[in-house]
Design a protein around this ligand. Structure first.
Ligand code: AHR
Length: 495
């Protein structure tokens, strides 16, 4: 089967906001402890940060990291995590029923983010706490010395303000599982007033209001409308969260999970624009897709039982080839909406459904999903282009008939590079792809696929699944031709 793809540098979706390559570190399972932070590990630096993990984070190309939760933040006292470590309290975290030792907190995360070269994104607790604590934390982080909160930071060793710009107003407040869960009205009023107060401390902030925890929530749509009716002038972004996994044996729909993400984004944009019309506003609300990934929730007990745990593994999914293809296709979807999606965070960064895995006191390694993320973050250019494909379709139980190929492209004026990202979602058929490449030469074609689609990486065999060079791809007579095997992800660079 043949597919013809149309792409032209004149047809631009939007400028790429590099914060699309964000990630997420939550105090959950082994993401922080024995993930990013493990004093005593052979690679730990003077702060107790694992430098093997820091190196992988840089290689992954992560640009921004959301912290400290997640569900965790909705019962977190940030004050517990600052000051002398031997005086920090041990607390029961109600979200994951775990003992939080508070050995890693605000100042540690800021320092870690600086070393990793990422922009920190902060979430405030609007579950058990409110305006006062958010404003105190913001002063602690962003004001120069001269208020009690800022002086406390200075006394703790950070003379200069942390200068954190992006703040999330709570986490998943629509979810009944959330500590301090609220109705849309309750949350919307609190978010608007918290935003007002926070802007009086620092008018330069970018604020994110909580949207729905997923598209399947009974309140989806109404929640966004109500929240934005109250907060439209106060916030900059509305959030989306989504996790994907196969439904039973329906692998075909799973490979097409990007359809679901695409519809979700389109619906949130429509809802935001509806509120814009109601308000006769000129402001365009943008989106922060601040939790997304493949997550096998069916393996998660949900009910955590009564055992209280301390640093034990939680949701450490091991990803296979299909999972990596899906992650690649979700990144393509985010790029396709670069005009409206300005921030996105893959959840999470290390161990907890992460592209990076670690062994306590042992090695760190790349999961299969590491690779499409790293290559997209490294090579996506500054401008996202429209692509249109005329080609085969596949039948899926969840979405009906969908195109087998899912694609996007970028162009970068500085490098002169055009980069095509494409997945073949057919489980059975290879596709011969053709697209115009006038006066262009092929730099490289890398693909991620395997005869064994269930192959995984592990500490013992960390490079079992890696991108491969596709050397059959050619440019001739102004046309590029490439063969895309079933269930595969690709990056084709030309200049
Ligand atoms: O990332 C795991 C959890 O998923 C987060 O804590 C929560 O926000 C979401 O439900």
């Amino acid at each position: 089967t043949v597919a013809r793809l149309a792409v032209d540098p004149a047809f631009v979706v939007g400028e790429l906001d590099r914060r699309l390559f964000g990630s997420f570190v939550e105090h959950m399972g082994r993401c922080v402890y024995t993930g990013v932070y493990e004093p005593g590990h052979p690679t730990a630096d003077e702060n107790g940060f694992r430098t093997d993990v820091l190196e992988l984070v840089r290689e992954l190309g992560v640009t921004a990291v959301r912290y400290p939760g997640g569900n965790f933040v909705s019962n977190y006292n940030w004050e517990d995590g600052v000051g002398p470590k031997d005086q920090r309290p041990r607390r029961l975290d109600l979200a994951w029923r775990a003992i939080e030792t508070n050995q890693f907190g605000t100042d540690e995360f800021v320092e870690w983010a600086r070393k990793a070269g990422v922009e920190p994104i902060w979430a405030v607790n609007l579950g058990t706490r409110g305006i006062a604590e958010a404003v105190e934390l913001l002063q602690y982080c962003n004001l120069p010395a001269g208020t009690a909160a800022a002086d406390r930071r200075v006394a703790n060793g950070s003379k200069e303000p942390h200068g954190i710009r992006i703040w999330c107003l709570g986490n998943e407040m629509d979810g009944p599982w959330q500590i301090g869960h609220k109705t849309a009205e309750e949350y919307a009023r609190l978010a608007a007033e918290t935003a007002n107060a926070m802007r009086r401390v620092d008018p330069e902030l970018e604020l994110v209001a909580c949207g729905s925890s997923n598209r399947g929530m009974a309140t989806f749509g109404d929640w966004e409308r109500t929240v934005l009716e109250h907060t439209y002038d106060q916030v900059d972004h509305i959030s989306l969260h989504a996790y994907y996994e196969p439904n039973g044996d329906d692998q075909a729909s799973f490979l097409a999970a990007a359809e679901e993400m695409d519809r979700f984004i389109t619906e949130v944009v429509a809802t935001a624009d509806h509120v814009k019309a109601l308000k006769r506003s000129d402001k365009v609300m943008t989106l922060s897709f601040d939790e997304w990934n493949v997550w096998y929730q069916r393996h998660f007990p949900g009910e955590l039982g009564l055992d209280i745990r301390e640093v034990s593994p939680l949701i450490e999914d091991t990803y296979d080839v299909d999972d990596a293809v899906v992650v690649g296709s979700l990144l393509i979807t985010l790029l396709r909406h670069a005009d409206r999606v300005k921030i996105a965070c893959q959840a999470q960064l290390v161990n907890v459904i992460g592209p990076i895995r670690t062994e306590p006191d042992g090695p760190a390694w790349r999961q299969t999903i590491f690779h499409p993320f790293a290559l997209t973050a490294k090579h996506a250019g500054s401008r996202v282009l429209h692509t249109e494909v005329a080609g085969p379709e596949i039948e899926t139980r969840a979405f009906g008939k969908v195109p087998a190929l899912w694609s996007t492209a970028t162009y970068d004026e500085t490098t002169g590079e055009t980069v095509l990202f494409v997945v073949n979602r057919s489980e059975t058929d290879k596709v011969d792809l053709e697209f115009p490449a006038p006066s262009l030469e092929l730099i490289e074609h890398l693909g991620l696929y395997d005869d064994d689609r269930s192959a995984v990486n592990s500490a013992a065999d960390p490079d079992r699944v890696v991108p491969r060079k596709v050397d059959t791809t050619i440019v001739r007579g102004g046309t590029c031709t490439a063969t895309l095997p079933p269930a595969s992800w690709h990056m084709i660079r030309l200049s």
